[in-house]
Design a protein around this ligand. Structure first.
Ligand SMILES: Nc1ncnc2c1ncn2[C@@H]1O[C@H](COP(=O)(O)OP(=O)(O)OP(=O)(O)O)[C@@H](O)[C@H]1O
Ligand SMILES: [Mg+2]
Length: 256
């Protein structure tokens, strides 16, 4: 499957993503440690895909990066600065997160869903917020759908609104957690194409995904996790074609 995008590149704008570095990150729920000493570096403007079995700690890792759940040890550096020493809402402005379930406000249009975040978080005027919301919706191929409510949009279009909303904050890094797994199969491709385009345009991205084709084609680096640890990481060709550990070989034989 190729990811030729249905979304026109509006203006050739390139993002200036920041580096993201996890150093010995450890996370727990109560007494149960679910992430153990995870270190990885995402270079600015590159995409890292995290793969691994259910329960291996992938979502927990993303929650630690943007402070939805506090790490119990280690550090997360954004552009070289510890996010643990910044206010959580500042961190969440700098690091965008797109979930499996898009969490749009059902009673607001696509435009309002994007603009509300700008008004509430960035304290923009209504006119300015609407102008930027229109731009971001155009960027995800939804210029014509700005006045639709979520129920009048497909799942894929709703997810693109959620991505536009995250992009409107001008994040330095984007995190995606299974962004396409709630979508009908025929809608997956459009969202993956948009994500591939963001990667091409220089966004720094950390993407948890079950889409191995996407990981192979788009990722600069793939990280395989199991039981809260990084088991293997490297170039997608190496991980997919020459897996070193028996655990990764078994995982790939189950998912490919
Ligand atoms: N809120 C929570 N409270 C207690 N334990 C949790 C909580 N969230 C996750 N866990 C546990 O932490 C471990 C890692 O979960 P996590 O959701 O990070 O895995 P995952 O790799 O994202 O899995 P999946 O592929 O199914 O989404 C699991 O054992 C899970 O049961
Ligand atoms: Mg998960």
């Amino acid at each position: 499957m190729t990811y030729t995008s249905p979304v026109p590149i509006t203006d050739g704008h390139l993002y200036t993503g920041s580096s993201l570095e996890l150093r010995g990150l450890t996370m727990a729920y109560g007494d149960i440690e679910v992430l153990r000493d995870v270190s990885l570096t995402v270079e600015p403007g590159t995409t890292t895909c995290i793969i691994g079995p259910s329960g291996s700690g992938k979502s927990t890792l993303l929650r630690g990066v943007n402070r939805l759940h506090e790490p119990s040890g280690g550090d997360v550096l954004l552009a070289g600065e510890s996010v643990l020493r910044q206010k959580p809402d500042v961190v969440r402005r700098r690091i965008g997160l797109v979930f499996q379930h898009f969490n749009l406000f059902p009673d607001h249009t696509a435009l309002e869903n994007v603009a509300l975040a700008l008004r509430n978080v960035k304290r923009m005027s209504r006119a300015e917020a609407n102008r930027i919301a229109h731009e971001r919706l155009a960027e995800v191929g939804l210029a014509e759908r700005a006045d639709h409510r979520p129920r009048d949009l497909s799942g894929g279009q709703q997810q693109r609104v959620a991505i536009a909303r995250a992009l409107a904050m001008e994040p330095e890094v984007m995190l995606f957690d299974e962004a396409t797994s709630a979508l009908d199969p025929e809608l997956v491709k459009g969202v993956l194409s948009l994500m591939a385009q963001l990667a091409q345009r220089g966004m720094t991205m950390l993407v948890v995904t079950h889409e191995m084709g996407f990981a192979r084609r788009v990722a600069d680096q793939v990280v395989f996790m199991d039981e809260g640890r990084v088991v293997e990481h490297g170039h997608p060709d190496d991980l997919f074609d020459r897996p070193q550990s028996p655990r990764l070989r078994r995982f790939l034989s189950e998912v490919l």
